[in-house]
Design a protein around this ligand. Structure first.
Ligand code: NAP
Length: 278
């Protein structure tokens, strides 16, 4: 039996085992995906295990997406640009790091059907997910990317790292009320609004009054399925999308990398939804 692992810390909240195991079964693949709780000090040893011939690779999530880069043999251009890895693929005894968050986000955005050509996008958050989203947006022909992060220096670092790809305007709290309403799309890539240890927080990264006048709001958070941000955006008549489509698409691409098969995306989506509802 082939193995795929998820390295996380903590790992309780992951939908990926259900999604991937259902996909393996539907294609008749003799493989198993398991989530492993790996504290930072145990990461090097966990990575070495991936070199075994019965491992296809792994997914990596908080807090390992950046620190794992130095433990791999090769990085894709995207992983290097974004500065994080969410998928590891074993080729022979070599381990390659990839970021399927970039294409996962772009596919999810395409489902939303908003015309962003020449339009302003407000991105909240400059962590690992924020970097993948900023990279994807800069490659997709938007007009202006405005970035807000609680820790301003982190947003400025992202802006400077991506200077060759396009322009990013970093704003402070006081500019949100001006930039939000004039954006065509707002994306929350912060963890604000996310359930903590199963408890809803009902916090929002953007006050309802600062939402766009028209367009869409995407929240990368998928637990809860409807955050306060999305609830308020829906009430304001905006299109909304939670983090589930991105999660499914990034998983589908990882699945194809490990197995060489086209992923059963609709089955993976159904399985992820079922897990969220349970
Ligand atoms: P990360 O690297 O730890 O970054 C966390 C981000 O949230 C930073 O921008 C941080 O700001 C901000 N933040 C945290 N607490 C905050 C608070 N109380 N007030 C304001 N800002 C706060 O994490 P990540 O990997 O980017 O993940 C961020 C979110 O995206 C998580 O909810 C994760 O589940 C979600 N995500 C979803 C997908 C998907 O497929 N749907 C993929 C990746 C991530 P500072 O810089 O100031 O700390």
């Amino acid at each position: 039996m082939m193995r795929v692992m998820l390295f996380a810390y903590p790992a309780w909240h992951s939908l990926s085992p259900a999604m991937h195991n259902a996909a393996f079964a539907s294609l008749g693949l003799d493989a198993r995906y398991t989530a492993r709780e790996v504290p930072p000090e145990a990461l090097p040893e966990a990575v070495e295990e991936l070199r075994q011939p019965d491992c296809w690779g792994a997914n990596v999530t908080i807090p390992h997406k950046e620190s794992i880069m130095g433990l791999l043999d090769a990085l894709s251009a995207e992983a290097r640009a974004v500065g994080s890895v969410n998928t590891i693929v074993r080729r022979g005894s070599e381990l390659e790091g990839h970021s399927t968050d970039v294409s996962g986000f772009l596919k999810a955005l395409a489902d939303l059907r908003v015309d962003l050509a020449g339009r302003r996008v407000l991105l909240l958050g400059a962590g690992g997910a924020g970097r993948a989203v900023a990279y994807a947006l800069l490659l997709s022909g938007i007009g202006e990317l405005v970035l807000h992060n609680r820790t301003r220096e982190r947003a400025e670092r992202l802006r400077d790292d991506f200077a060759g790809l396009g322009e990013i305007r970093v704003i402070g709290d006081e500019e949100l009320c001006e930039c939000g309403p004039r954006s065509q799309l707002v994306i929350n890539s912060t963890s604000v609004g996310m359930m903590r240890e199963g408890v809803r927080t009902d916090e929002t990264p953007l006050p309802a009054g600062d939402l766009p006048k028209e367009g869409a709001v995407v929240d990368l958070v998928y637990r809860p399925a409807e955050t306060r941000l999305l609830r308020e955006a829906k009430a304001a008549g905006l299109k909304t999308q939670n983090g589930l489509p991105m999660l499914v698409y990034q998983g589908a691409e990882s699945f194809s990398m490990w197995t060489g098969h086209t992923a059963p995306v609709e089955l993976m989506r159904r399985e992820a939804r079922r897990m969220l509802a349970s």
